[in-house]
Design a protein around this ligand. Structure first.
Ligand code: ATP
Length: 363
């Protein structure tokens, strides 16, 4: 587990490009050893924030401190971090060993200690015998491992990763995800990774900072962000979600079409009669035994089955709200047990603790 000392603190960071507000009022504390992901759609400002932390971009206002030191206006060279970019950015005319040694040589380290450190880093990167090769002789994944080794060469206090996996093929991406995470945990280096890939953030981060239009929408563990999204934006950006239009009946009850439901986790209080948007994830629909029929249940007709291996997505029309078909997930085993196919009928229950209801601003 990460230690709880606050290592990096951002206070009231703001940045505009001309009239465009790229970042507004960013406040964030990152603990020593933490792995934090900045997650958000294209253009939300995550790379700009990372570049401000690195000193590659200057903030218009706000304060940054690292290890208790105010670094707000320090040039990049005076800051203590290693950085990895999406495009590997290795020097093509230098050997792999020379690439990794780059920062050490710049700091005037002796040849012997540089050689030993490079060997150590190449082993850490899983490429102990590649020192004499050149970047063009390595695969994308291998180049990114070397870029990581180069960023870690001087044992920086902070590791910054700007979409480091997005140029790789799917298999390499998944492999490198766990390699980076294991390495980060072993070294205990405080790390920030920019990504627009929710799966990457959910699997790798201690905490996720969800950003939208230059602002932080939510900061939380992957579970908090997924299970208790603070806004409709977070609920729909992280994970799949059904957004259903309904009406509040007051007291945590609401109606969609002709069906009445109750929920435990109301997010917005909407008075009876007010329009609501009900957010339900595919796994919040639980296929139930007809005998266990209580409240929050409805019969459904299967309209479509998308087979995805271990589980499937079923598009179903719940009786009473046929106008709004929903996506429900089901494990392969249950699908086989219930022998469901298109046109089958199945009883679904909704988990009251998982239903999230927001005021429908457009309703
Ligand atoms: P992406 O995943 O597409 O890189 P992002 O969340 O990292 O998105 P940023 O690169 O931080 O987004 O950019 C945020 C906004 O600021 C974008 O609208 C971008 O066009 C704008 N922007 C970034 N850098 C500059 C610049 N130097 N001059 C003008 N506008 C900029």
């Amino acid at each position: 587990m990460p230690k709880q000392n606050q290592y990096l603190e951002l206070e009231n960071i703001a940045k505009s490009f001309g009239n465009f507000h790229a970042l507004r009022d960013i406040n964030l504390s990152i603990a020593e050893g933490e792995f934090v992901c900045f997650l958000g759609p294209s253009g939300c400002g995550k790379t700009t924030l990372l570049r401000i932390i690195a000193g590659l971009e200057s903030q218009d206002q706000g304060r940054i401190s690292q290890a208790g030191k105010n670094i707000s206006w320090l040039p990049p060279i005076k800051r203590d971090y290693g950085i990895v970019f999406q495009s590997y950015a290795l020097f093509p005319n230098l050997s792999i060993a020379e690439n990794v040694a780059y920062g050490l040589v710049n700091r005037g380290q002796s040849r012997a200690s540089t050689k030993a450190r490079v060997e150590e880093l190449l082993t850490l990167a899983g490429l102990p015998t590649s020192g004499n090769k050149f970047p063009s002789q390595l695969s994308g994944g291998q180049q990114q491992r070397i870029a990581l080794a180069r960023a870690l060469a001087t044992s920086p206090g902070l590791l910054l990763l700007d979409e480091p996996l997005s140029a790789l093929d799917a298999l390499e991406r998944v492999r490198l995800r766990s390699e980076i995470r294991q390495l980060q945990q072993r070294l205990g280096v405080t790390t920030i990774m920019v990504t627009h890939d929710q799966e990457e953030a959910l699997t790798m981060a201690d905490r996720i900072v969800v950003m939208n239009q230059g602002e932080i929408e939510q900061i939380g563990t992957p579970q908090q962000v997924y299970l208790q999204p603070s806004s409709p934006f977070v609920a729909s950006f992280v994970g799949k979600v059904n957004i259903l239009r309904g009406t509040s009946l007051g007291d945590g009850r609401f109606r969609i079409g002709k069906l009445d439901f109750s929920c435990e986790s109301r997010v917005d209080h909407v008075p009876a009669g007010g329009p609501v948007k009900v957010y339900l994830r595919p796994e919040d629909f639980v296929a139930r035994d007809a005998e266990n029929r209580t409240h929050n249940n409805a019969m459904a007709e299967v309209l479509k089955i998308e087979f995805l291996g271990a589980f499937s997505y079923l598009t179903v029309a719940l009786e009473g709200m046929e106008q709004q078909p929903v996506l429900a997930s089901m494990s392969l085993n249950l699908l086989k047990e219930l022998r469901l196919k298109v046109g089958s009928k199945v009883l679904y229950g909704l988990l009251p603790e998982r239903i999230r209801v927001y005021c429908d601003q457009d309703g």
